[in-house]
Write a protein that binds this ligand. Structure first.
Ligand code: ATP
Ligand code: MG
Length: 437
């Protein structure tokens, strides 16, 4: 029953594509096979030996042509997910809307997807909302159709490692050489089908240091509002991709220059007008980019906490100026900032909790007497809170001596910490209040 249903939904249509590929042979392309994962090579070999078409696609081909080692490998094939699963060991079908197969080789996962057809709004298998956004596009197709449904020309390159050839349907190799990002088909229509492509354009420009073709840039200002109709989980996934791309600094600059940042982090554009805030955000982003280059872990919650901080800090100060006490002011500002953010793009709860903790720890760093610093040191988020404090001190928001004190306090041997305590940072805080008359 389920198999029948899947077969019906994914019914393979005849090819409706008239595009043809330029075949680029070894010698003309400089792909170094030693940069290709053994896992991807073996998946392709097995699929091809069973009579299916199979290629490396997407970012991996781009990176290989740019003489870089890809971070992961995607395979596109004529085999259905069921066929892939039967043929390849340690593979499992994932996803509901479009099923793909994950092949696990140790730590590595190779993603295998069946050729899909591009949007054909007249087909019974394709559905779009009133803005033209495709809500159902999981129809199998031919290799040519699969090339056509991809976003940018440089993302529609197919590499056959057995024959050592690249199939190029839309001059992708030329555009790679010219550092040029161009949409396949009519940019306006392709952005309407999937507005996330606007964000992807910005991400690829930043990541590859390429230029967006004017034809792809022009419609963005008019169409950017369509991002409001994209499911938030998809937008948040794309935001994470941007932040964790290793090119977050440049990506956010690109997004801001295309007026797209408002649809992800609405408070940020305004925050960046202030030099101190800009320094703070840029420092956070460049630290993250560096950590990613060095294969060190990064925390999306920490990064999100930094991106919202300038706005939060401003509101915190406003509440203080109105006479609110320190902690209630911070909590009220936190609430305000998250409400504004959630109106545009809701931060998933799993991140929000950590962000609140990092922010909530900041006033506690001011307290350097008695037992409180010892207790803070034991807090599970101490490290993140401390790193955050260091960032604040680097941008001049708090005195550098405060962060230095906490660095020294942590590094001191346990028995030496007592001596570092400041006798009392709030001399009157322990005074008893006069009883009310
Ligand atoms: P990266 O190196 O950042 O992973 P990538 O090009 O591999 O870049 P993915 O998001 O992994 O990007 O997508 C893989 C491929 O799938 C793309 O190269 C593109 O061909 C296709 N693709 C992904 N998202 C879209 C989209 N929204 N519209 C059309 N094609 C897409
Ligand atoms: Mg990829």
């Amino acid at each position: 029953m389920i198999k029948k249903f899947i077969a019906k939904v994914f019914k393979r249509p005849k090819t409706h594509s008239s595009v043809t590929a330029t075949v680029i042979h070894a010698g003309t392309h400089q792909i170094d096979k030693s940069h290709i994962s053994q896992c991807a090579l073996s998946v392709i070999k097995q699929l091809q030996e069973s009579g299916h078409q199979a290629y490396i696609v997407g970012g991996a081909v781009r990176d290989l042509l740019l003489q870089q080692t890809p971070k992961d490998f995607d395979v596109a094939t004529s085999a259905t997910p069921e066929q892939v699963k039967k043929l390849i060991r340690r593979s499992r079908i994932i996803g509901r809307r479009f099923q793909i197969v994950h092949v696990q080789c140790g730590q590595e996962i190779v993603e295998v997807s069946t050729f899909r057809a591009k949007a054909d709004l007249n087909s019974q298998h394709q559905q779009a909302d009133e803005h033209g956004r495709l809500t159902r596009d999981n129809v199998f197709g031919s290799l040519e159709e699969d090339a056509e449904r991809r976003d940018f020309t440089i993302n529609a390159l197919f590499y056959d490692p057995q024959k050592n050839i690249v199939l190029d349907y839309f001059n992708g190799v030329k555009h790679l050489k010219h550092k040029h990002i161009t949409m396949i088909g009519d940019p306006t229509q392709r952005y309407r089908e999937d507005p996330v492509r606007m964000l992807r354009a910005a991400r690829f420009c930043a990541k590859l240091n390429f230029t967006l073709d004017p034809s792809c840039k022009a419609p963005i200002s008019e169409l950017s509002e369509l991002l409001l109709n994209v499911p938030e989980s998809r937008l948040f996934d794309e935001l994470l991709k941007i932040l964790l791309s290793g090119h977050a600094t440049k990506s956010l600059e690109q997004l801001s220059s295309l007026n797209l940042l408002n649809y992800l982090i609405p408070s940020l554009d305004k925050s960046l007008l202030n030099e101190k805030n800009k320094l703070f955000v840029q420092q956070a982003l460049s630290n993250t980019d560096l950590r990613i280059k060095e294969d060190m872990g990064v925390s999306p919650s920490f990064l999100m906490a930094t991106l919202l901080w300038p706005s939060l800090h401003e509101r915190w100060q406003n509440y203080l100026n109105k006479g609110e006490k320190n902690l209630p002011a911070l909590f009220a500002a936190t609430q305000d900032v998250l409400t504004t953010q959630d109106e545009v793009l809701m931060i998933p709860k799993r991140f929000e909790g950590t962000m609140k903790e990092i922010w909530g720890l900041q006033p506690r760093f001011e307290q350097r007497s008695g037992q409180r610093p010892f207790r803070l040191l034991q807090h599970p988020r101490f490290r993140a809170g401390y790193d955050f404090l260091v960032l604040r001190s680097q941008s001049g928001e708090v005195d550098a001596s405060l962060a230095q004190w906490w660095t020294a306090f942590q590094q001191a041997p346990t028995e030496g910490r007592e001596a570092l305590l400041i006798k009392s940072d709030k001399p009157h805080s322990r005074q008893r209040r006069k009883p009310k008359a």
